[in-house]
Design a protein around this ligand. Structure first.
Ligand code: CP
Ligand code: NVA
Length: 303
């Protein structure tokens, strides 16, 4: 099994399925109020170079529920923000903590951290991927649909960003059909797409959101400007016009479709308020499942 959780494409289907099994077990125990101190006495260091609500709270609460402790480390108040090399940070942190979760810009930086760290490293979002979110999302689909792969068609509408890239990896590992609709200039990363297709993924690209949504069982979107792209907000809003999940688009999808968004959402931009508050939306279940899935990931890596 891998030491780190950096990208879904690094993991085997069987190992990820084992994480879902453990997630179900830990979630049930949490709901019943049964103790499950799988990481008693262990510490997670959480490095944040970008903002967060869900990731920070769910990792910290998750560690507490597993009997361990989590430390919040922002780049602005540690030596990381003053340029201490990643390889030094990694080796020092690994002498104190039992696992590191990092949210940052560069995927290469996270990979370097993992290379130099003797303890497991978990990717809490980079510009390239958001694997913990997509694990939570798949677990949520399993809960709502009974399973998340064989009979289901997924679509991604909007920006070809870190979330889109992680969905592409998931399609490669689990084999479900994925239709991606983005404006031409905002396609997902070409290397990620190529690697996924090389793994046999059933992924199609279109610039037409209606084509992607037609018959889909799971509709997914995310903000048009991700963290770090704030200056492009206006230009992006123009480019993504027409790539909104709204009631018109939902009419084309499977009548029992579910609508997902990792949050935070910009209502009435990438998704309407009506849809996010409507009966197809499972966005708050996704948010809750961050907690349960990440507990299973931490227990798998850090036990
Ligand atoms: N979905 C997600 O990762 O949310 P945060 O940015 O609040 O952590
Ligand atoms: N694509 C978004 C996801 C936020 C959880 C971003 O990177 O800002």
């Amino acid at each position: 099994m891998k030491k780190d959780f950096l990208s879904l494409a690094d993991w085997s289907r069987d190992d990820l399925l084992a994480i879902f099994d453990l997630t179900a077990e830990l979630k049930a125990k949490q709901k019943r109020g049964e103790e499950h101190r799988l990481l008693a006495g262990k510490t997670l260091g959480m490095i944040f170079e970008k903002s967060s609500t869900r990731t920070r709270v769910s990792f910290e609460v998750g560690m507490y529920q597993l009997g361990g402790h989590a430390l919040f480390l922002s780049s602005g108040t540690t030596q990381i923000g003053r340029g201490e090399p990643i390889k030094d940070t990694a080796r020092v942190m690994a002498r104190y903590v039992d696992g590191i979760m990092i949210r940052t810009f560069s995927q290469e930086g996270v990979e370097e951290l993992a290379r130099w760290s003797d303890v497991p490293v978990i990717n809490g979002l980079t510009d390239m991927y958001h694997p913990c979110q997509v694990m939570a999302d798949l677990f949520t689909v399993i809960e709502h649909k009974g399973e998340a792969w064989s009979g289901l068609t997924y679509c991604w509408i909007g920006d070809g960003n870190n979330m889109a890239n992680s969905w592409i990896n998931a399609a490669a590992v689990f084999g479900f059909e994925l239709k991606v609709a983005t404006p031409d200039g905002y396609r997902p990363d070409a290397r990620v797409m190529e690697r996924a297709r090389g793994m046999g993924a059933r992924i199609t690209y279109t610039a037409d959101p209606a084509e992607a949504a037609r018959g889909a069982h799971v509709l997914n979107t995310d903000v048009w400007a991700s963290m770090g792209q704030e200056a492009e907000q206006k230009e992006r809003a123009a480019a993504f016009k027409g790539y909104q999940i709204n009631s018109g688009l939902l009419k084309l999808a499977d009548p029992k479709c579910v609508v997902m968004h990792c949050l935070p959402a910009h209502r009435d931009e990438e998704i309407t308020d009506e849809v996010i508050e409507g009966p197809h939306s499972i966005v708050f279940d996704e948010a809750e499942n961050r907690l349960h899935v990440q507990k299973a990931i931490m227990a798998t890596l850090m036990r």
